[in-house]
Design a protein around this ligand. Sequence first.
Ligand code: GLU
Length: 244
Amino acid sequence: MCGIIGYIGPKNVVPILLDGLRRLEYRGYDSAGIAVFQKDSLVMFKQAGKVNDLAALVKGININSSIGMGHTRWATHGSPNDINAHPHGDCRERIAVIHNGIIENYSTLRKRLEQLGHIMRTETDTEVIAHLIEEKYRQNPDLTTATRLALLEVRGTYGLLVMSSDEPDKIIAARRGSPLMIGVGEGENFVASDAAALIDHTRNVIYLDDDDIVCLRADSYNVKTIRDELRSKQVEEITFNLEQ
Ligand code: GLU
């Protein structure tokens, strides 16, 4: 189980993601990656190695995105290589997913999705989620609903972020058995697996509970359960500092 950071707001996202991932480095990991928008297309950069290797990969590439998400991986399914690094895409790479945790029923889901024509590129348990959301999106073209319906079929643990080029104004976040919190800013919002990645930006956080799913925009957050029940959440203040 490793690190997650997401941002949506007016700033350039790349330094925020890389700094956030560096804050999470103490957890140990084998690979790192980000998903951002570049000229309205969803693009992913990822590779085995350290956050500084990822920083070198994106250096010099003109990414001017104000929404994005980053991940550090601790491999559980599939070797720690570039392809298995997160984010993972659906067939058309219009949906990107990052995930902490383990999908217990991934091989059943994978077989079913392959029978439906989905092409898997990686050995990970995580990739099935991207394809399952793609499948649900065909019938329900709304990213929160499609993610929610996909997660009803998933067994296991997750801290999950989802982005799509069809809905470029939002990040969907969900959790079960793996920590995830919203960092509430002014005209900007964050999401992370650990307060250490948020503390430089905001001290106002909302801790997510199991089965919560959030539609996060720059100026709003809407929390429900994956069974579509509304959840009211309290904003809490982080009182500790980074050293603590
Ligand atoms: N099970 C996923 C994988 O092996 C996520 C691992 C993690 O939590 O970093 O890619």
